[in-house]
Design a protein around this ligand. Structure first.
Ligand code: FES
Ligand SMILES: [Fe+2]
Length: 363
């Protein structure tokens, strides 16, 4: 990863933990851009800090929660309100100068977001859900995945529709891989585009297919049984916000609304290590028609597991910004728009660094 790219990413928001994992008696460990972080819920709210005890440097994520404080596993020092030292058991009293190295925190979509340096932007948003206040939306998160590829590669993969017929045949059944023309709209740091795909079409990717592959209606219950559905066209509304939030939003008959979202974070500086969080969100009408979201989350996890060996095989491991060296077709139009936007953001950042003192605001 280029130095100025790392410097830019250090100033952006990334997810590091699920809120639901902070209710146990264990803190949650994570990593962002080569730094280990610890996440826990203190009496003052959620804390994200560098995963290093100020006493002797033990990894705080090995500790445990005790009376609303985080207790280090080595000598039992406790860290609580705003990362301040709450107890030194060997004295016993507090060490008033010792505090954790705190990072900024935002809670959004059931995830804890942070940034290694002073942040330059707000965390990403999902207007379709956040502005639909009467819809009764619920979010259900899956288990996260650690994947051995770059941030751009995993982000491109989520929004790539032309791989469904090949990588996700087990999950989707037949999907017609043909893709018509589509336009990618760019607005600020967001990209949007829409693609109509036919699921359950008679088209088969394999010779000798017996036609019994399960037919999947995108975003709807997969309990309809194998081969019972007529081909169904779905309009997939793709949305993306820099640097790595992607979702596909669908509108269903009767007012159901649903989206699947991926939020990735670069755990290392090597351009080949990411932690990928994902969730399914739906309004109350969608859940009324299709049942609880847990089955959909389980299906999405299976779909994502099908992607992992492919994205981990990519060479180079992170999607190159320059277009030469790879072959591009119409279906890759969004990837090209994404790489262009990413490069613009890098250039904007680099020039702002040349013309402004460190720490100056950058929009
Ligand atoms: S290293 Fe954490 S209490 Fe000593
Ligand atoms: Fe995929």
């Amino acid at each position: 990863m280029l130095a100025h790219e790392a410097e830019m990413l250090q100033r952006l928001w990334f997810p590091v933990a699920r809120l639901q994992d902070l209710e146990s008696d264990r803190p949650v460990g994570g990593a962002l851009l080569g730094k280990r972080v610890v996440v826990y819920r203190s009496s003052a709210g959620v804390i994200v800090a560098l995963d290093r005890c100020p006493h002797r440097g033990a990894r705080l994520s090995l500790g445990r929660m005790s009376e609303g404080t985080l207790e280090c596993a080595y000598h039992g020092w406790r860290w609580g309100h705003d990362g301040a030292c709450a107890l030194v058991p060997s004295q016993p009293e507090v060490h008033s100068n010792a505090t954790l190295e705190l990072l900024p925190v935002q809670e959004r979509f059931g995830l804890v977001w942070t940034s290694l340096e002073a942040t330059l932007t707000t965390p990403p948003s999902i207007p379709e859900m956040e502005h639909d206040t009467g819809g009764g939306w619920e979010v259900e998160l899956g288990e996260w995945f650690d994947v051995g590829c770059g941030l751009r590669s995993i982000t491109e993969n989520f929004r790539d529709s032309s791989h469904f017929a090949f990588v996700h045949r087990a999950a989707f059944g037949d999907v017609n891989p043909a893709m018509g023309a589509y336009t990618v709209h760019a607005e600020g740091r967001r990209l949007s585009w829409e693609i109509a795909l036919t699921f359950g079409s008679p088209w088969s990717v394999r010779d000798g297919d017996d036609g019994q592959a399960p037919k999947y209606r995108f975003g709807e219950s997969s309990d309809n049984g194998p081969g019972t559905d007529a081909p169904a066209e779905m309009l997939l509304k793709y949305r993306f916000e820099m640097p790595a939030l992607s979702y596909v939003y669908t509108e269903h008959e009767g007012g159901g609304r649903r989206l699947v979202c991926q939020a990735a974070a670069p755990t290392g500086l090597d351009g080949r290590s990411c932690r990928v969080f994902f969730f399914v969100a739906a309004n109350s009408e969608f859940r009324r028609q299709n049942g609880p979201l847990s089955a959909q989350v389980e299906l999405e996890a299976r779909i994502f597991a099908e992607d992992v060996p492919i994205v981990e095989s990519l060479d180079p491991p992170d999607a190159p910004l320059e277009l030469q060296g790879q072959a591009h077709v119409r279906a890759d139009r969004y990837s090209i728009a994404y790489r262009k936007l990413y490069e613009e953001m890098l250039n904007e950042f680099r020039s702002s660094r040349q013309h402004q003192p460190a720490g100056a605001d950058w929009k």
